[in-house]
Design a protein around this ligand. Structure first.
Ligand code: MN
Length: 302
């Protein structure tokens, strides 16, 4: 008898391309400079590592294979960090973690008091993923459904591609979400889009959470991710957006997710994610110092 073979594409957490679990260590290591605890920012004239008290708490211990329990560990951790008066910066991991890290901060600051600016190719507002409520396609739905974040204080930048379906888009509209598709950003310019967005984020909210899915960047500049979609932001556009968000808004938490080293090339994606974190820390430092910043001022006159 001939043997028959069948593909069985079993994956634990409904992922498309697997192994983002090594994302955090890739992001930490994505840096050619010496690990000397200093990072003087050329444009902002701040040092995000030296001027702020930055503490790397390492990777949270999470029960393997149990996503719900793992997310509870993260939720409790960000609540604790927020209660200590610190800003949680979470290195992912897949985007399911946003449902927990934002919720933890909202548990401290108040449900509906934290607004969201979400940079991503995908809306991540699915009702479920093949019946599962928890996954990397559903965290934003969970945050709005639970009341942790108000739908009308929820901004998304960079959407494109072939998901989600019409029903989900109508649900998003009904929540009062504002989702900027990548082509709208291209036509209007990132600056105009951010100018328009910022007042919404602080209206009735005390803090802003910045969630960066690295797949918002074009796969040519960020290939190491699970769901690459052509036609994205440049790495420069992302860094500029992060700079403005963290300098101009009261950011209370950040996550950088979906870095998948197994699909990376020459660490391009890990290095970008590393710089997203440094850009955020540098801009938060400038805000804290009450400094000013103009992108058009002569660098040497700042
Ligand atoms: Mn995402």
């Amino acid at each position: 008898m001939e043997r028959q073979w069948a593909g069985s594409r079993v994956e634990a957490l409904h992922r498309e391309r697997w192994v983002v679990q090594f994302g955090p260590q890739a992001i930490r290591g994505g840096d050619y400079l010496p690990h000397d605890g200093e990072r003087p920012h050329l444009a902002l004239r701040t040092d995000g590592l030296k001027d702020l008290k930055v503490y790397d708490a390492g990777d949270l211990l999470m029960p393997g294979g149990d996503l719900v329990s793992s997310l509870a560990v993260l939720r409790d951790a960000t609540e604790k960090i927020s209660r200590a008066g610190a800003i949680a910066v979470v290195l992912g991991g897949d985007h399911s973690i946003a449902s927990a890290d934002v919720a933890g901060i909202a548990n401290h600051l108040g449900h509906g008091k934290v607004s969201m600016i979400h940079l991503d190719t995908h809306a991540d507002t699915g009702e479920d993923q093949w019946g599962a409520l928890v996954g990397h396609g559903t965290p934003m739905r969970r945050l709005i459904d639970s009341g942790a974040v108000r739908g009308d204080r929820f901004l998304q930048l960079g959407l494109r591609g072939y998901w989600p379906d019409n029903e989900t888009l109508l649900w998003m509209r009904d929540q009062g979400m504002r989702s900027y598709e990548m082509t709208e950003i291209h036509h209007r310019g990132m600056k105009a889009v951010l100018d328009e967005s910022f007042s919404t984020l602080t209206d009735g909210c005390d803090g802003v959470f910045l969630s960066v899915d690295i797949d918002v960047v074009d796969p040519g500049m960020a290939p190491g991710t699970g769901t690459p979609e052509p036609g994205g932001m440049t790495s420069r556009e992302l860094l500029e957006a992060v700079r403005r968000i963290c300098f101009e808004l009261p950011v209370v938490g950040i996550d950088v997710v979906e870095v998948c080293p197994a699909f990376d090339s020459a660490d391009i994606t890990a290095i970008l994610a590393n710089r997203v974190v440094l850009e955020a820390l540098s801009a938060i430092t400038l805000k804290k110092k009450g400094g000013s910043y103009s992108p058009t001022r002569n660098l040497l006159d700042r």
